[in-house]
Design a protein around this ligand. Sequence first.
Ligand SMILES: [Zn+2]
Length: 68
Amino acid sequence: MIAPKSCPICKKPRSAGFAPFCSARCRDRDLANWLNEGYALPGQPAAPEDVAREEDLLPTCQPRPRTP
Ligand SMILES: [Zn+2]
């Protein structure tokens, strides 16, 4: 039996067109993660507002209850 692999970002079933991810969103998100780690801007930590906004752009991935 072959275990179906899942998207490393959101754990949904991956899509052949975006392997190993499930969608362009997760692919871009993973790429952004790599860029953030490899090209961290000195003295410029990610602003919480920017992170929150990025989360808003990914409503179908990782549904997560918001705490006000
Ligand atoms: Zn995904």
